[in-house]
Write a protein that binds this ligand. Structure first.
Ligand code: F6R
Length: 604
């Protein structure tokens, strides 16, 4: 996925465009560029590969622009080279694009026949030439845009400028997010609200098949028939400081620490004295959910790990059967649906392409209900699902997900309680366990300095193993994913009982083995699995509240607080997040923007 930002203003906007684009850098950081117009000038363009800061030196080239489009790229078609960097130009037209044009090769052949010369390997460049071709025929930018996108297959959010119309900014959207924000004497297009928050809280979402024409004073939304549309303007409660570092060195660190307040806030919003508040998943949902016999969870990455925890919670506390599938598999599988099955998709962004197509498939298959658990209110997933639960964790900027994971877990714990409660007593017990979170979470944060020390033992490693059992197996998966993502150390997660079936062959005195060991009915079994590691002199890092002796220097025990089993997954992931953060700091990687990744993956 990529980030798009555009402004049309009565003032000079080059610095504002650059600073706003930086807010979208989490969406892609392979290369970036800006194209702008100033009265009487031709299109001015600057481009750079690598982080957006590389553009700064070139800003003086576009010093006088008052209308412009900017783009930060996560490469899909074509390497991250300058020639593939957006904006793409075709004479008087410049465009930026997020999404995939599936039929770009056919369009390219057609345009080559019409004597258009291509400079990039991207799918996006066809859009610039296509608009140019259609504009030259009709000299009307709105009609040119409508005609052009009619031919495009795939998903797109497009921003376009035309040097014949120096104060105009155009946009089109289909299956890729784009908002239109309204300011004072200037208006904006953006992939999300973060770049405009300094100037305005007012925005609308451009829907599929919709277009926008913006000037500093006016926003016009129109459809494929060039008919004006009246759209509801939303006022967000988000403030610019919520997308700032607020004194932390990295967004990841800030977001790890935000988890306490978010969970607390969710607790007060949804949990009463001894029971959950009614219908927290929407009107009538208590009745709907009480009839559910099976649940199919679908998600990707971290969100998928959250679904594994939910599966464990629900199966432990009810007779409901659950499956948890990664969305990229679910889409292509034959799915058997028994009566009274609920489909649940989980996504921080609500824009993950695989999860969206899984939800579309689920709707075709005819589940009893579909529920989307999501962090972004105005997202594709929330628009498509019939039941929606918003986590309200605030924007997650760090590419490595942390606060979204624990918010997903909390949301799923609410769901687990609703579908599992059989008596008032059973609900009361689960609610009382859940309520201990707020108190206990502080002692987990206090482990940071100890975790920082042990992180140096990972710095020079190439491989690690993560172990868990029962509810901590998904935590081992998520802990390993965090370490891989931001420190680039290979990490594999296993059920601790699986060690002896293969992975034990990897263990020698150089191999770090991280283990999550809450003192519960499974602890003894995990301890005997750890003994297998210690017998091969593996280095163990054990997160536990069990009293176990530190037999030798190869064993590190990180003392976790006592806590009810129900909240173990939420508490045990936090030290794992901190561990990967500190290992990444020691390895001097780009913590918030790990290589090759982007925040939400809008391509399948
Ligand atoms: C890992 C991470 C990814 C996402 C995955 C799904 O830190 O962030 O694995 O969890 O791409 O994204 P969403 O939740 O937005 O659907």
């Amino acid at each position: 996925m990529c980030g798009i930002y555009g402004i049309t203003s009565k003032k000079i906007i080059s610095n504002k465009l650059f600073n706003g684009l930086k807010k979208l850098e989490y969406r892609g950081y392979d290369s970036s560029g800006i194209a702008g117009l100033s009265q009487g000038n031709k299109n001015l363009v600057i481009k750079s590969t690598g982080p957006i800061n590389h553009l700064k030196k070139k800003l003086k080239t576009i010093a006088n622009i008052s209308t412009g489009i900017a783009h930060t790229r996560w490469a899909t078609h074509g390497e991250p080279l300058l020639k593939n960097t957006h904006p793409h130009n075709s004479g008087i037209i410049d465009i930026v694009h997020n999404g995939i044009i599936e039929n770009y090769e056919d369009i390219k052949l057609y345009l080559i026949k019409k004597k258009y010369a291509f400079k990039s390997d991207t799918d996006s460049e066809v859009i610039a030439h296509l608009i140019n071709y259609n504009y030259n025929k009709c000299k009307d930018m709105r009609s040119a845009l409508i005609k052009s996108v009619k031919i495009l297959e795939g998903s797109y959010a497009i921003g376009a400028i035309n040097s014949d119309l120096p104060d105009k900014l155009f946009a089109a959207s289909n299956g890729s997010p784009l908002i239109i924000a309204k300011g004072t004497n200037e208006n904006y297009i953006a992939s999300d609200i973060s770049p405009v928050l300094k100037d305005t809280q007012k925005y609308l979402t451009l829907g599929d098949g919709e277009f926008a024409e913006l000037s500093p004073e006016k926003v016009i939304i129109f459809d494929k028939k060039n008919k004006y549309l009246i759209k509801k303007v939303i006022t967000t409660s988000l403030k610019d400081r919520q997308v700032s570092l607020a004194g932390h060195k990295h967004f990841m660190h800030k977001e790890i620490y935000e988890q306490k307040a978010i969970l607390n806030e969710m607790m007060s919003r949804y949990v009463g004295q001894a029971s959950l508040l009614p219908n927290i998943f929407g009107p009538n949902t208590d009745r709907i959910l009480s009839k559910i016999k099976h649940i199919h969870f679908v998600a990707c990455g971290t969100s998928y790990h959250a679904s594994l925890v939910a599966k464990d919670w629900i199966e432990q506390h009810s007779t409901i059967t659950c499956t948890a599938e990664v969305a990229s598999e679910y889409k292509y599988k034959k799915i058997n649906i028994l009566p009274d099955t609920l489909f649940v998709c989980i996504s921080q962004s609500g824009e993950t392409a695989d999860t969206i197509s899984s939800l579309k498939k689920a709707k075709r298959l005819g589940y009893k209900d579909t529920l989307a658990i999501c962090n972004v209110a105005e997202s594709t997933l929330t628009r498509l699902s019939n039941l929606v639960f918003l986590m309200n964790a605030g924007p997650e900027i760090s590419v490595a997900s942390t606060k979204a994971f624990t918010s997903q877990l909390f949301s799923l714990l609410l769901l687990s309680i609703i579908v599992s409660r059989s008596t008032e007593e059973s609900e009361k017990k689960m609610v009382s366990d859940m309520k201990q979170l707020d108190k206990i979470i502080n002692s987990v944060y206090k482990l940071e300095s100890e975790i920082k020390k042990i992180s140096s033992k990972f710095k020079n490693k190439d491989h690690t193993l993560f172990l868990g059992k029962g509810g901590t197996y998904p935590i081992a998966l998520e802990g390993a994913l965090k370490l891989k993502e931001i420190s680039y150390i290979h990490a594999s997660a296993y059920h601790s009982g699986e060690l002896k079936h293969g992975p034990l062959a990897l263990v020698d005195k150089k191999m770090p083995v991280v283990c999550f060991l809450p003192d519960n009915h499974l602890a003894k079994l995990v301890l005997s699995n750890l003994a297998e590691v210690e017998a091969r002199q593996g280095q163990t890092f054990i997160f536990t509240n069990k009293k176990i002796p530190r037999k030798n220097k190869q064993v590190e025990i990180i003392k976790m607080p006592d806590c009810p089993d129900l909240i173990v997954p939420i508490l045990y992931i936090i030290p794992a997040q901190l561990l990967s953060y500190h290992v990444a700091l020691k390895k001097k990687t780009d913590v918030d923007k790990p290589r090759n990744l982007a925040k939400s993956v809008t391509v399948e």
